[in-house]
Structure formats: C-alpha cells, structure tokens
Design a protein around this ligand. Structure first.
Ligand code: UDP
Length: 370
C-alpha cells in the first residue's frame, strides 16, 4: 500500500538510530531533513581540517554500558575528558565545582575547609527545600559560587531570572570535594574519532535520505508515502501551534578562524559574568587534540527562539511543561506518528538519553505497542 514502511523526519541522532534499526529489521525507510545535510545538531563542518561543531559543542558521555557499546558500533571514541574553565571578571576557575574551584575561590586546601565554608554560606541562605534554580544553586554551593559561577551564566543562557528556572538544570552539574575537573560523572566519555557526521553517515548507510526537504511541504504532495511517520521536529509546529507556541532557546554562533595554533588552551571556556555578552567560547580542535596550524573558535550567544531561528534548548519550566503535556496528549491521539528527540519530546536530553529513548521506542514497536 505504502511506498515506505517508515518516513523519518529529521536525520539527527534520534532519527538516525530509529532508521538504522528499522532498516536492519527489514523495514523500508525514507529519511528526510529540511537542512542540506544530515546529522541534525551533531553535524560538524570541516574548517581548516578541524571538525567544527556547527550547532554547538557535543561531548558524548554515558553511564550506560548498553548505550556506550551501541555507539561504539559506529565509531571508536577518543579519550577526551571535558574540563571547562570559567572566567569571572579577571578570575579563572575550574569547573565543575570541585576542590580546584573552592581552593581558588577561598584560598583553602582541604575538603573539610571547603565543606565548612559552603555549610556556613548555605546556612546563611536559610533555604531548606529548594524550589527553583537559584535556591538549588545556593543550597548546593553557597553565595560565592552562585554569584560568581552560576547566576550570570544561567541568566544569559536562559534569558530568565534564576528564580524562575527549574532546579533540575543545575543538578546536571557535579559538585564534588575532590580535585577532579572532569565535568561529567559518567563512566564513559569521548568524541567519536572521525567526527559525529561520520557516525550518522554510518547509521544511515543503505537507507534513502533526502536533504533539503521540508516535511510540511512534503506531506502535502505525499500524504500516504509511509505507513508510520517518526517526527523529530518541534511538536508544537507539527500541530500548527494550535495550543500556542512552546518556548525554546536559540544560540547564535560567531565562528572565527584564527591564525594561531592555540587560542585559549582548552575546548570550553565559560564566561560567567553577566556583562560579557556570550556564554562561552569553544575552541573546536581541542576536542580532538588537533595539531593544525590554525584554530577555529565559536562564541555562543544565547537568545529567545523565534520562528525562522534554530531551536536548541526546550525551556522546561512549569508553564511550558503544562503546554507540552497538552501537545503530548494530542500526539498520543495522532495515528501512526511517533514523536521523539529533543524537539519531538520537548526535553533537555543529552545524546546518550536520546539514543536510549530511541532504543526503548524500538522495543515498544517490536512489541507492537507504539
Ligand atoms: N551553568 C552555570 N555556569 C557554568 C556552566 C553551566 O551556571 O559555568 C549552569 C547553567 O544554568 C546551564 C546549566 O548549568 O544552563 C547546564 O550547563 P551545561 O554546560 O551542562 O549545558 P549545555 O552544555 O547543555 O549547554
């Protein structure tokens, strides 16, 4: 009846994993993407022999052996460990919040001294049950850490007061009393050797992919092309914004090629004060220990998403989550359509969680319960 079993809208990680597995199980798949390239936001562009993370830096990390092994089918990973630096005014700190950070901030040396200082500052706040990001941050690290390393960055990143943001955003970051600058607590971490685009290319091997194709236009001409659609775009756009628009944050990247081999000595440098207009500078070569003569840097400017911009981060606050719930109910009633990925699920997913969500959904499909 249908030309394809599955039409997969979006060739990012979620769509690519779905397409790969469905194709492997004998289903006929067509992948479309409105951009002129595959791989969604993990796409990298080659500039001066450097993989430039065109839609924001991506570092793969997971604690799940299942997901790590899954990804390793498509690439070997290097041993990059993310250890960002934070610059506040003329002070430089290690992230995540650890003994190096505390030592620099207070001139102390031992975990006990750090704990005492933080306990004192936390007690001064009087917060017992944190209700929002500000309270969560204050009750984890006290006033100094909050004021210097969290408040300005977060307000730039989200364009909202820290009191209006959900606490979970800050819980992403480790807080530890060892001299360990590894940003993630996960067991496995690295950047795929050969780059992310090659990973997605491998996932999509042998599958028909059409880029530069807008789903909403395509659907008009091809309403019955596939039995099932897997939609990884914005869920509110799918429904014509009929219940109102969900909020997203967008990012503008100012990318520059520099005639030096090492600009900042680290892949990620965060600028945590409010007055610097960008949130961070990424120096892409350091993700892969690059030895090129030149370097490429990207300054990230965060802004509210508007139609025509690229959506990056869902704003998972209470108001938006309520609206999303209503869209999710509509989505459940939509026959033969599966919604997934960061935009389809309106969720601040890391890459490993996207892959996991796709594999879980595939199990549901196999068990006949999509
Ligand atoms: N954050 C912060 N200071 C920093 C880095 C991060 O306060 O120097 C907070 C900020 O609220 C941010 C959240 O931690 O949105 C998560 O940061 P992460 O680097 O994990 O975000 P992503 O890389 O996904 O943008």
């Amino acid at each position: 009846m249908h030309q394809y079993d599955y039409l997969i809208v979006g060739s990012g990680l979620y769509g690519a994993v779905m397409a790969h597995e469905l194709n492997k199980s004998g289903k006929k798949c067509l992948v479309i993407d409105k951009r002129d390239h595959i791989a969604g936001n993990i796409y990298c562009e080659d500039i001066e022999g450097i993989h430039v993370h065109k839609y924001g830096a991506h570092i793969f990390h997971t604690s799940s052996k299942r997901i790590w092994d899954y990804m390793n089918q498509f690439a070997e990973f290097n041993n990059y460990i993310n250890s960002p630096i934070a610059i506040y005014k003329d002070e430089l700190y290690n992230l995540p919040f650890n003994m190096n950070t505390f030592s620099k901030m207070w001139g102390i040396r031992t975990p006990q001294e750090a704990k005492d200082m933080i306990a004192k500052q936390v007690a001064e706040t009087g917060i017992t049950e944190p209700q929002n990001l500000e309270e969560q941050a204050l009750s984890l690290g006290g006033r100094d850490v909050y004021e210097k390393l969290i408040k300005g960055y977060t307000e730039k990143q989200w364009g909202r007061d820290c009191k209006e943001l959900p606490a979970f955003i800050i819980k992403r970051l480790p807080f530890r009393y060892t001299y360990d600058n590894n940003y993630f607590n996960d067991r496995y971490q690295g950047i795929p050797i050969g780059g992310y685009t090659a990973v997605v290319e491998k996932m999509l091997e042998g599958i028909e992919v059409r880029t530069g194709v807008d789903f909403f236009e395509f659907r008009k001409e091809n309403p019955d092309i596939a039995g099932t659609t897997i939609f990884t775009g914005m869920i509110d756009e799918y429904f014509g914004y009929q219940l109102g628009a969900l909020e997203y944050r967008s990012v503008r990247f100012e990318t520059e090629v520099l005639d030096c081999d090492n600009y900042q000595g680290n892949a990620v440098v965060n600028y945590t004060e409010r007055e610097v207009p960008y949130t961070r500078i990424i120096e892409h070569k350091h993700f892969e220990f690059g030895k090129q003569e030149k370097t490429v840097i990207s300054r990230e400017y965060s802004s509210e998403w508007k139609v025509g911009m690229e959506p990056y981060y869902p704003v998972n606050d209470e108001k938006n989550m309520k609206l999303y719930e209503q869209y999710r109910e509509l989505a459940e009633k939509e026959e033969n359509v599966i919604f997934g990925g960061r935009l389809g699920g309106y969720k601040y997913y890391d890459m490993d969680k996207v892959v996991e969500a796709a594999l879980d959904k595939l199990e549901d499909i196999q068990n006949g319960m999509n």
